[in-house]
Design a protein around this ligand. Structure first.
Ligand code: NAP
Length: 259
């Protein structure tokens, strides 16, 4: 339950390194700040120098974890290659892991225990539920197995009794796997990897990929002519991710204040 009056909660800090290739851009960070503001949440961004090492970032995250003015922590990723991302993620206190990236959050989510879910996977599940997509007994094919997207969305689908197949860069016949899918979740970060002719007629297609030029992982036009439902890029999965991030941040703030 939310307070009835607009309230400013001290919220999301984003420890951020200078942008390496592929990392969060300045526009992504300012977009997140705008979305926080629109939701009545206060956000702060922390920038570290390029030479910062894993311990420097982890220390900042630990300090923010202890800061009672901060309710949620979002670490922008991918991080530069010299940073041990897993170590940094696992420095976030469980109650502030609003992006659901820690090992503990993944474990809890996979076991159906309380905790914060990974935002994009949780956003995908909300989308599927909003459109009453049947999951139990369905063949779900997830393309991608990253710890923040492919693996957790597969675990959430499994928890809802879908039969889940994970595909990745070593999958021998991706087309054949996708052809069997009632539900396709594309999360590879490869522009138009999933061809329209692979889509089973009537399948549900969730394109979580986001590639330069606003291009998804699915060849949208060709796939849309066969799918029953398909998410666009942009404007499909992306907004759901931010919505879940904000919702989980509010949840963390309320829990911290025992409201
Ligand atoms: P990632 O860590 O790079 O993982 C990519 C995954 O795709 C890996 O498991 C990789 O397999 C697999 N893959 C790569 N090429 C493949 C191929 N040709 N065939 C089959 N599998 C292939 O990426 P990520 O962080 O999960 O992100 C994936 C995409 O989602 C990106 O486009 C990213 O921008 C987007 N994304 C969107 C949101 C959002 O809010 N909409 C949030 C997060 C990410 P291996 O494991 O074998 O290398």
């Amino acid at each position: 339950m939310l307070p009835p009056e607009p309230t400013t909660l001290p919220v999301t800090s984003s420890p951020t390194l200078p942008t390496p290739a592929g990392s969060a851009s300045t526009s992504t960070i300012s977009n997140q700040a705008n979305r926080c503001r629109a939701a009545g949440l206060d956000s702060q961004s922390r920038q570290l120098p390029a030479q910062a090492n894993t311990e420097d970032v982890a220390r900042l995250v630990r300090d923010l974890s202890k800061d009672t003015q901060v309710d949620g922590i979002l670490v922008q990723h991918p991080m530069p290659s010299h940073i041990n991302e897993r170590h940094v993620f696992d420095s976030i206190a469980a109650g502030k892991d609003v992006d659901g990236v820690t090992t503990a959050s993944f474990g809890a989510m996979s076991l159906g225990e309380p905790g914060f879910a990974s935002c994009t996977p949780a956003g995908i599940m909300r989308l599927l539920d909003a459109y009453d997509v049947k999951l139990a007994g369905q063949q779900a094919v997830v393309i991608g197995r990253s710890p923040i997207l492919g693996k957790p969305v597969g675990m959430l689908l499994l928890a809802r009794d879908a039969t889940v197949t994970f595909c990745h860069s070593k999958t021998a016949d991706l087309a054949e796997a996708v052809r069997r899918a009632d539900i396709v979740v594309a999360a590879a970060g490869r522009p138009r990897l999933i061809q329209g002719e692979w889509i089973k007629p009537g399948a549900i297609v969730i394109d979580a990929g986001y590639n330069p030029g606003n291009i998804g992982d699915v060849d949208y036009d060709a796939a849309a002519s066969r799918a029953r439902l398909i998410t666009p890029v942009p404007g499909g999965v992306g907004p759901m991710t931010i919505a879940v991030l904000l919702a989980q941040t509010i949840q963390a703030a309320l829990a911290a204040k025992a409201i």
